[in-house]
Write a protein that binds this ligand. Structure first.
Ligand SMILES: Cc1cc2nc3c(=O)[nH]c(=O)nc-3n(C[C@H](O)[C@H](O)[C@H](O)COP(=O)(O)O)c2cc1C
Length: 166
């Protein structure tokens, strides 16, 4: 297994340190290398570094408290003009998010994937606050920054979750 896959974990405390633009670009490049249904590349990304927006994000989605210490968050949105139905947007964006999380580890950064959709209320909250165009569906927001916590790595491999059809 790639060591970055094994080392990825949700980080909820971040150092007060900016992310180098080159590192952020590598993370976004990894996102856009993800597969998408019909190669629609339906994802869109909003890089959020506004301190007030990060500090108050938990008003829009209650489980985003880690944003108060994160120097940056990347909102991932699906473009309904690029792909249909919404299920494909969730698949496309999720593949991109996981690539981002893994590349972030490669860059020495930590992440935390926070869902926005499918909750209609959270979608509406983000659409209003960030003035998001009608055809864009906010799917998740990913905290990103230098970790300020260490946790034991998880090993969740479970043979019982696998079946074989031979
Ligand atoms: C679709 C999705 C939504 C998630 N939403 C949140 C969230 O709102 N807040 C949060 O702190 N973590 C969120 N997480 C992170 C999970 O809690 C975390 O991945 C899980 O507990 C396993 O821990 P690990 O990421 O450290 O391996 C989300 C993860 C996924 C895949």
């Amino acid at each position: 297994m790639l060591k970055e896959i094994h080392q990825r974990q949700s980080i909820r405390k971040y150092q007060k340190k900016e992310i180098e633009p080159k590192k952020l670009q590598e993370v976004l490049k990894a996102a856009m290398n993800a597969p998408t249904a019909r190669n629609a590349q339906s994802w869109r990304f909003m890089v959020i570094t506004n301190r007030e927006a990060l500090n108050s994000m938990s008003n829009l989605q209650p489980y985003t408290n880690m944003m108060k210490t994160a120097p940056c968050a990347i909102m991932v949105l699906g473009d309904r003009n690029a792909s249909q139905p919404d299920e494909y947007l969730y698949c496309d964006c999720s593949a991109a998010i996981e690539n981002m999380c893994i590349e972030a580890v490669n860059q020495g950064l930590g992440t935390c994937w926070c869902a926005i959709g499918p909750s209609p209320e959270r979608i509406q909250n983000f659409k209003e606050y960030y003035h998001i165009e009608e055809h864009l569906l906010p799917i998740a927001v990913v905290a990103i920054g230098y970790p300020d916590e260490t946790k034991p790595l998880a090993d969740r491999f479970d043979e019982k979750k696998i079946s074989y059809f031979r």
